[in-house]
Design a protein around this ligand. Structure first.
Ligand code: T1G
Length: 713
C-alpha cells in the first residue's frame, strides 16, 4: 500500500505530499506521517524550506468524517485531536508553505493555517464547513482564522460554512499568493524566496493585529449570532462557533483553543451532529446501486430536448444550460414559449443582479436554450425530457411521437411527479430507454432529482441518469415506479393528515407554525398554496379511483378549489396573500373549515403542537417503512436524502427515517398504534416498522444489514 505521506526534495526544498485518496482526509496515520516527514525534512540540511501539498485532485478536505461519525456515536477513541501536529508544523525551524489545489476544507484549512504561508491555484476553494456537519472547527481554526482574516470575516466563514475561492481568500489574508500555472513549482519558488529572505517565521498563533477591540468585536459577535439564528434556524453549532471565535478575541491563544475544544466536544455529542453526519454519507451513498456497478457504461449527454416551457420545463432547461448542455425547448404555441422564455430571462437577471454570475455567463446560458414550436432537431438529441401537464393520455401521446423521431441511443425521460412510468413507456418501442426524471420546483435551484426506474429501464440508462444528476449539480436518488414514487407518495398522507387536523380544530397557521418550529423549511399549507390548490385538486382527481370507499377523505381541498381559492396565484388559498405575496391568516378560511366540519359532523377540539408534529411526521415515517418493504426505495437513508434535498426537511434532524431512529422506533410505533386505534386504517403500523420496533433496532441498522446482503448478491 502506498504511504499516506511522502517526502521528496525539489530545488533545495523538502516536498511533503499527502496521499490519502479520494480527498486526503486527515485519517489515522496521516498526522503521524506528517510528523515523520517534517522531522526528516528538518534534519535534511539540503532542504532550506518545506512545502506541504496534496496528492491527487485536492489538498486536505478535512478531518476524516468516518472518524467523526464514530466519535459522534460514542464509539471509537473519541473525537480526533490535532493540537500536536498543528504545533509541530508551526514550530518548524524552516519556513513551511502550504500549496493548495482543489479544496482546503475544515481540518484541511486548519492544517494550512498552521503553516507559515499559503499559496493556491486560482480555482482552489478554502473554508470551514463544519457547521454543515453540526460541529465547529476542532483543530484550532476558530483561533487561527480570525488572526488571519479578522473577526468579522471569520464569523461569516464559520457561520455560513460556505467555502471561498483563492482570489477572495487572498484578499482576506487566508492565503499569501495565487499561483498561475504549476502549483508545486510555484510553491517551491515561493518557499525559496522565504528561505533567501530569512528572518523570524510568521506563526499564525502569534498574530493579533486583526483581532480588533472588545467594543468593535461585540457588535460583530451579536451580528454573527443573528446571522446564525436567521440562516441556520434551530441549529446549535452556528451559534456556538461564534462563542469560540469570541474566545479568540478575548483569551490568549492556548486558552482560546481549550474553549474551542470544549465547544467542539459538546457539538459532536449532539443529535444534530449525528443527524448531519448521517446526511453527509447518505447523500454520497444514493449513487451506489447494488446491481449497477460503478463501471456501467453511460450515454454521453451533450444535447437535450425538453417538451413544455412551463414552470418545470423552463427550470429544467436552465439546469441543463447551467451545466453547459445545449437544450431545444418545445412548446405548442408561441405565447406559451414567450412566457417560458421571459420567466427564464427574469430568473437569470435576478442572479446577475445578486452577483451570482456575470451578464456574460447569463448570455452564454441563454444562448444554449433554443426555443421552438416543432420537433426540429429532436432526432439529434441525446436526451428528451417531457415536462407537460400531469395527464397520462397527453404523456402517452407525446411519448408515441418522440419514439418515432428520437435516435436509438436517445434517453426518453418524463418529469411526471406521480404517474406510472411503465405505462408511459408502453407506447414506445424502446422500453429500456425510458426513465422518470422527477425534478422539483424551481428545477434550476432544487437539488433533488428522483430517478424513476421502470420495469424495463436498462442499467446503462439508470447509470446515465445518475451521472447526469451529478453533472447538473444535483442529487439523483433512484426510486421504484409506484404512485407518487417516494417523495410524493409520502407527501400524500402528510397532506391528508394536515387537513384532518384543521377539520378537527387546528388552524392552517397553527399547523404550519408547528412544522416550521420543528424545522421544516415551509408549512404544509404554505407549500400547498405555492404549488397551487388546483394542482393538488387535479392530482386528487387523477387518483380518486385508487381511494378506498368508506375511508375518511379530506374535505377542504374541494371547498377551496370550488371557491376559486387556488393559492398564491389567486391571492387566496389556505391563506390570503398581500401584494408582496406575504401569507396572512384568513378568518374566511377558518369559517369555511368550521362550517365544513360541522356539516360533516366532525367534533372539534384544541390540538397541541406535539400532536400536530406526531401526526404529520409519523404518518410519513409509516409510509416510508411501507415503501422500503415494497422495495420502491433501496435504503431508509435514500428516503432521508429525498426529504432533505427536495421537501425542506431539516438537515439537523437527518430526514424522516433517521428522525424516527432518534425518537426510537418502539416509541414511534406505539404512538402510531394509538393513532390507529383512534383514527383507523390510515394509521395501521407498517409491518417493517413493527418488526424493527419489536426487535429494538433502527432503520439505519436495517440499511446496514441490507447493504451487506445486497453486496453479497
Ligand atoms: N472524510 C472522509 N471521507 C470524505 C471526506 C472527509 N472529510 N470528504 C469526502 N469524503 C469521501 C466521500 O464520502 C466520498 O466517498 C468521496 O470522499 C468523494 O466525495 C477538525 C472536524 C471535498 C468538496 O466537510 O465537501 O474537518 O462515496 O462524492 O463531490 O475542524 O466531499 O466515494 O465512498 O463528496 O468531488 C470538514 C467534506 C470535515 C468536507 C469533494 N470537511 N467533503 O466533493 O466528492 S470536519 C468537509 C466535501 C473537520 C475539523 C473538523 C466533498 C468535497 P465515496 P464526494 P465531490
Amino acid at each position: 500500500m502506498d504511504k499516506l505521506v511522502n517526502l521528496t526534495t525539489q530545488d533545495g526544498v523538502a516536498v511533503i505530499t499527502i496521499n490519502n485518496p479520494p480527498v486526503n482526509a486527515i485519517s489515522p496515520g496521516v498526522p503521524e506521517g506528517l510528523v515523520a516527514a517534517l522531522d526528516a525534512a528538518e534534519k535534511d540540511s539540503s532542504a532550506r524550506a518545506i512545502v506541504i501539498i496534496g496528492g491527487g485532485r485536492t489538498f486536505i478536505a478535512g478531518a476524516d468524517i468516518k472518524e467523526l461519525e464514530l466519535a459522534a456515536s460514542g464509539r471509537g477513541s473519541g473525537p480526533p485531536k490535532f493540537h500536536d501536529i498543528l504545533a509541530r508544523i508551526e514550530d518548524s525551524t524552516k519556513p513551511v508553505v502550504m500549496a493548495i489545489h482543489g479544496t482546503a476544507l475544515g481540518g484541511g484549512l486548519e492544517v494550512a493555517m498552521a503553516g507559515h504561508y499559503r499559496v493556491a491555484v486560482p480555482d482552489a476553494m478554502v473554508g470551514q464547513p463544519e457547521v454543515n456537519l453540526g460541529i465547529i472547527p476542532g483543530a484550532e481554526g476558530t483561533q487561527r482564522l480570525p488572526r488571519l482574516v479578522g473577526v468579522a470575516a471569520a464569523v461569516d466563514l464559520c457561520v455560513s460554512g460556505k467555502p471561498i475561492r483563492a482570489p477572495e481568500a487572498l484578499k482576506l489574508g487566508v492565503i499569501d499568493r495565487v499561483i498561475e500555472g504549476d502549483l508545486l513549482s510555484g510553491a517551491v519558488a515561493f518557499a525559496r524566496e522565504l528561505a533567501d529572505k530569512g528572518g523570524a517565521l510568521r506563526k499564525t498563533r502569534e498574530l493579533s493585529d486583526k483581532l480588533g477591540s472588545e467594543f468593535v468585536d461585540a457588535s460583530i459577535f451579536a451580528a454573527g449570532r443573528d446571522q446564525a439564528r436567521k440562516t441556520r434556524r434551530n441549529m446549535l453549532a452556528p451559534l456556538k462557533v461564534v462563542d469560540a471565535i469570541e474566545a479568540a478575541a478575548t483569551l490568549p491563544f492556548d486558552e482560546g483553543c481549550k474553549k474551542e475544544r470544549e465547544i467542539f466536544e459538546e457539538c459532536i455529542a449532539s443529535d444534530q451532529a449525528r443527524a448531519l453526519i448521517h446526511a453527509f454519507f447518505a447523500e454520497r451513498a444514493v449513487a451506489k446501486i447494488p446491481d449497477i456497478p460503478k463501471e456501467t457504461p453511460v450515454y454521453n449527454i451533450r444535447q437535450a430536448a425538453i417538451i413544455g416551457a412551463g414552470t418545470m420545463g423552463g427550470g429544467i432547461a436552465m439546469a441543463c444550460a447551467n451545466a453547459g448542455i445545449s437544450v431545444r425547448l418545445k412548446e405548442v404555441e408561441q405565447a406559451a414559449l414567450d412566457r417560458g422564455l421571459a420567466t427564464m430571462r427574469k430568473n437569470y437577471e435576478n442572479s446577475v443582479k445578486k452577483g451570482r454570475f456575470s451578464q456574460e455567463v447569463m448570455d452564454q446560458r441563454m444562448a444554449l436554450i433554443h426555443p421552438q414550436l416543432t420537433y426540429e432537431g429532436f432526432d439529434q438529441a441525446d436526451l428528451i425530457i417531457e415536462a407537460a401537464f400531469e395527464n397520462m393520455e397527453l404523456k402517452q401521446r407525446i411519448f408515441g411521437e418522440i419514439d418515432k423521431i428520437a435516435k436509438t441511443e436517445c434517453l426518453l425521460a418524463s418529469n411526471t411527479s406521480t404517474l406510472d412510468i411503465d405505462a408511459i413507456a408502453s407506447v414506445t418501442s424502446r422500453l429500456g430507454m425510458v426513465i422518470g426524471l422527477h425534478f422539483f420546483s424551481p428545477a434550476n435551484v432544487m437539488r433533488l432529482v428522483e430517478i424513476v426506474r421502470g420495469k424495463a429501464t436498462s442499467k446503462e440508462v439508470v447509470a446515465t441518469a445518475l451521472a447526469l444528476a451529478k453533472k447538473l449539480g444535483k442529487v439523483g436518488v433512484v426510486v421504484g415506479n409506484c404512485w407518487g414514487f417516494v417523495g410524493n407518495r409520502m407527501m400524500l398522507p402528510y397532506m391528508r393528515e394536515a387537513q384532518f387536523l384543521v377539520e378537527e380544530g387546528a388552524t392552517p397557521e397553527q399547523v404550519d407554525r408547528a412544522l416550521t418550529n420543528f424545522g421544516m423549511a415551509m408549512g404544509i399549507f404554505a407549500v400547498d398554496d405555492m404549488g397551487g390548490i388546483d394542482v393538488q385538486w387535479r392530482v386528487r382527481q387523477e387518483r380518486k379511483h385508487l381511494e378506498k370507499p368508506g375511508l375518511r377523505a379530506p374535505l377542504m381541498l374541494e371547498k377551496l378549489f370550488h371557491a376559486g381559492r387556488l393559492g398564491q396565484k389567486t391571492g387566496a388559498g389556505w391563506y390570503r396573500y398581500d401584494e408582496n405575496r406575504k401569507a396572512i391568516a384568513d378568518p374566511e378560511v377558518h369559517a369555511l373549515i368550521e362550517k365544513t366540519a360541522a356539516e360533516a359532523g366532525i367534533p372539534r377540539r384544541r390540538l397541541s403542537d406535539d400532536e400536530i408534529i406526531e401526526r404529520c411526521i409519523y404518518i410519513m415515517i409509516n409510509e416510508g417503512a411501507k415503501i422500503l418493504e415494497e422495495g420502491y426505495a433501496l435504503r431508509a437513508a435514500d428516503i432521508d436524502v429525498i426529504y432533505l434535498t427536495g421537501y425542506g426537511f431539516p438537515g439537523y434532524r437527518g430526514g424522516p427515517m433517521w428522525y424516527a431512529d432518534t425518537v426510537g422506533l418502539k416509541k414511534v410505533r406505539d404512538r402510531i398504534a394509538e393513532l390507529h386505534a383512534q383514527h383507523g386504517e390510515f394509521w395501521e403500523p407498517a409491518p417493517l416498522l413493527n418488526r424493527l420496533a419489536d426487535s429494538g433496532t433502527t432503520f439505519a441498522a436495517w440499511d446496514a444489514s441490507r447493504e451487506h446482503a445486497l453486496a453479497a448478491v
